[in-house]
Design a protein around this ligand. Structure first.
Ligand code: DGJ
Length: 730
């Protein structure tokens, strides 16, 4: 076995024959073929469904032979990583101003290597160089066979001595040739994350970008979907799902050119960020991750879910803790007694952990509200006289673990930290300060500040090794953009700040690899696959109204496995029953943020049973295949399904949102089951003493029937929900 593994790592093939060279990047279902044209440049020859016959690859070359006769004129577009100033009159992947002021870069193929990382992953590195200038570009790809996912990034290396200026630096550029293109974007704001809308792309550019600095998202999200040919459905249509792994300003450009081809350019948003590259330096772009599906978005999402759990998400294959959080029930108003009560409630509910939120720190300027204290990460003695050790002890005594909230990248001007280190803060030296939630962002481009931010976690952990979980918040975008540290290099701030944040995240993970952590950003404004390398889950939204959450969770689930999506039962939308609120949260990584004292005895009993059900079914929910069956965007209902990888167990969730009188009510057709297996159908998660109204309850039905005919599970009642467990009996 050992020799086999070593062989994988030794399997490196290097190519440097120039003309006619093709480079094929393959997954179980996709082929990306690039070829070197007679002009020495690298073009995308194909991107689509996997080609079954190796020999057919050669037929792709006639497309490229256009380049043979008159390359400079006829081949426009399709170049894998075009610079500015060439014969392609559309958006380039990168722009460099060379030391002599010249703005043109033309890259030619130098060599490439392909290496097996393991039996499922191949890494391809292509080296391109400019013959006239000291510039090399490495195009890097990792292809994940089973997950049908490609991860790609670029490295721009300045091999000369005099500095050059980069004003664009995409991670990736890919092309499509289809009749029509339908772009789905995910826009939003605080408490209305990932609202889905689709538009047809026409000639010209559509840009999706953000300029928030400290996070990728809020008004729009770092992921997109393109229906190729037709708008993509859940089970039908050719579709591209793409996402950029960058915790800062990002940009996607979708450009339809003069002949109707589409180019998709993904990367850091170069807004106010022209980057000086000194001799010998390399600019590494973030990863762009994408998958193609011929069978709609459902399949594409499952590709990304598997890829994320297997390769990207912190502890992607591990378990997750259920919890009780105190933010919604106490806000900043708590003391040891109140927390102690909540810890006991957590135990009563049966969850694994109590999570203490904002408001536990600072003494000179105590964190009694959001106007003071950020930066002073010492427990407020008057509020919590026994400190964190006392809280950990109390939680453990109650029989639950203890987790804690921090927001270490931020500072309130009313804090000792701000008084001691104003030079650590991103802030204009000569203008009035603008505050977002009364706070400012620390300058993470400064390594000293990175140490300080890392130290916040380290200090808590060293003093309290019993702390079992962190919720890491980031409530402000960067405001008053000026770094005292970078001085005349302000144009590097957006990039160096994010790199600094990444350094801290990386260090925390290196030192605390088993510590589960929730990524949070004033709701769901941090949800990118770079940050998720270091976090086990993210907070989807402060909006926990279960109706709104159905839309929000639907949207995120296009790109993220439910295992990474934290969802809590709260008091938002009291018109919805506790059961409905619970059934919505149980679709994801489950928790509570409510005092059970607000609940009736019957509701409390229900919640305890729900936690027990969740624990029993956790493996299926968190590690199974996720199917979106009925969309809240298209009907007055929603249905989703988790199916275990073995197809032995499935859990169907049905929700009636606002059904109309006399509306057409269709059975819910399941997916992903084994047609040959017989399944016992059982409604679970019911209020105590309530009988199931589900016609099929207790029956045994084949997977075939359940997928072709389905279950009559929807009702005409408002905000009604059902959880239905299906267990294979043969
Ligand atoms: C914003 C988060 O989204 C909330 O869950 C909560 O942690 C607050 N910040 C605390 O200030």
């Amino acid at each position: 076995m050992k020799t086999k593994i070593n062989l994988f790592f030794l399997f490196i093939v290097t190519f440097c024959q120039i003309q006619g060279q093709t480079i094929r990047i393959t997954t179980s279902e996709t082929d990306l073929v690039m070829a070197v044209a007679p002009n020495g440049r690298l073009y995308q020859a194909y991107l689509g469904s996997r080609l079954l016959n190796e020999a057919d690859i050669q037929h792709l070359s006639p497309f490229l032979s256009q380049a043979a006769s008159d390359a400079a004129v006829t081949v426009r577009g399709w170049e894998v990583y075009p610079g500015s100033g060439g014969e392609d009159y559309f958006e380039p992947a990168f722009i460099v101003q060379h030391a002599d002021g010249n703005m043109t870069s033309i890259l030619t193929y130098e060599s490439h290597t392909q290496k097996k990382i393991d039996e499922n992953v191949i890494e391809t590195i292509i080296i391109l160089k400019d013959k006239e200038y000291p510039l090399k570009v490495k195009l890097c790809f990792r292809s994940f066979d089973r997950e049908n996912t490609i991860q790609t990034w670029s490295e721009i290396e300045h091999t000369g001595t005099t500095p050059v200026l980069l004003s664009q630096y995409a991670s990736s550029m890919i092309y499509f040739q289809e009749q029509d293109y339908f772009l789905t974007e995910y826009s939003g704001d605080w408490a209305k994350e990932v609202q889905i809308s689709t538009q047809q792309l026409q000639f010209g550019k559509k840009v999706i970008d953000t300029k928030l600095g400290s996070r990728a998202a809020m008004h729009t999200y770092p992921f997109f979907q393109v229906g190729l040919g037709t708008p993509a459905g859940e089970q039908t249509g050719k579709v591209l799902l793409g996402t950029i792994a960058w915790t800062g300003n990002f940009r996607f450009t979708f450009e339809v050119d003069n002949v109707g081809n589409l180019r998709v350019i993904s990367g850091i948003n170069p807004y106010a960020s022209y980057y000086e590259l000194k001799g010998g330096e390399t600019f590494v772009t973030p990863e762009f991750i994408y998958t193609l599906s011929e069978e709609g978005t459902g399949k594409a999402s499952r590709n990304l879910h598997d890829w994320a759990r297997n390769y990207q998400l912190k502890d992607g294959k591990g378990d997750r803790l259920t919890l009780l959080n105190n933010w919604e029930s106490t806000g900043f108003n708590f003391d040891e007694k109140i927390l102690g009560e909540l810890m006991k409630e957590a135990k009563e509910l049966g969850v694994d952990m109590f999570l203490l939120d904002d408001g536990w720190f600072a003494n000179t300027y105590p964190r009694a509200n959001d106007r003071a204290g950020l930066g002073d990460w010492e427990v407020t003695h008057s509020k919590l006289p026994n400190g964190i050790p006392g809280l950990v002890q109390a939680a453990n005594k109650a029989g639950v673990k203890f987790g804690i909230w921090i927001e270490p990248e931020m500072v309130n001007p009313k804090s000792e930290l701000f008084e001691q280190h104003p030079e650590w803060v991103i802030m204009q030296p000569n203008r009035e300060t603008y505050y977002y939630r009364h706070q400012l962002v620390l300058d993470l481009s400064n390594p000293e500040v990175q140490n300080y931010v890392y130290g916040v976690v380290e200090q808590i952990m060293q003093e309290n090794p019993g702390v079992a979980y962190f919720k890491w918040d980031c409530n402000s975008p960067i405001t008053n953009i000026y770094s005292p540290y970078l001085k005349e290099k302000q144009n590097h701030l957006y990039i160096e700040h994010v790199r600094g944040v990444q350094n801290v995240f990386r260090r925390v993970k290196e030192n605390y690899p088993d510590l589960p952590m929730m990524l949070c950003s004033g709701g769901g404004a941090r949800c990118d696959y770079e940050a998720l390398k270091y976090f086990t889950e993210f907070w989807c939204s402060d909006n926990t109204d279960p109706v709104e959450r159905l839309y929000i969770q639907w949207g995120y689930s296009r790109f993220f496995p439910v295992k990474s999506m934290a969802a809590h039962v709260t008091s938002w939308n009291k018109a919805a029953s506790v059961k409905f609120r619970t059934d919505v949260a149980m679709m994801c990584k489950f928790g509570f943020d409510i005092s059970i004292k607000e609940l009736t005895k019957e509701e409390q009993q229900f919640c305890k049973e729900a936690v027990a059900n969740y624990n029993r079914l956790k493996k299926v929910i968190l590690d199974g295949d996720f199917y979106r069956l009925v969309s809240p965007y298209e009907t007055n209902h929603t249905a989703v399904l988790h199916v275990s990888k073995t197809r032995e167990k499935a859990i169907l969730y049905t929700y009636d949102i606002y059904p109309r009188f006399g509306e057409k009510m269709l059975p819910v057709k399941l997916e992903g089951l084994d047609p040959a297996k017989m399944y016992e159908v059982k409604e679970i998660n019911q209020m105590p003493g309530r009988k199931s109204g589900l016609k099929a309850n207790g029956k045994i039905m084949s997977g075939d029937y359940l997928m072709k005919v389905g279950l009559e599970a929807f009702t005409t009642s408002r905000m009604n929900s059902r959880l239905i467990e299906l267990t294979a009996v043969n």
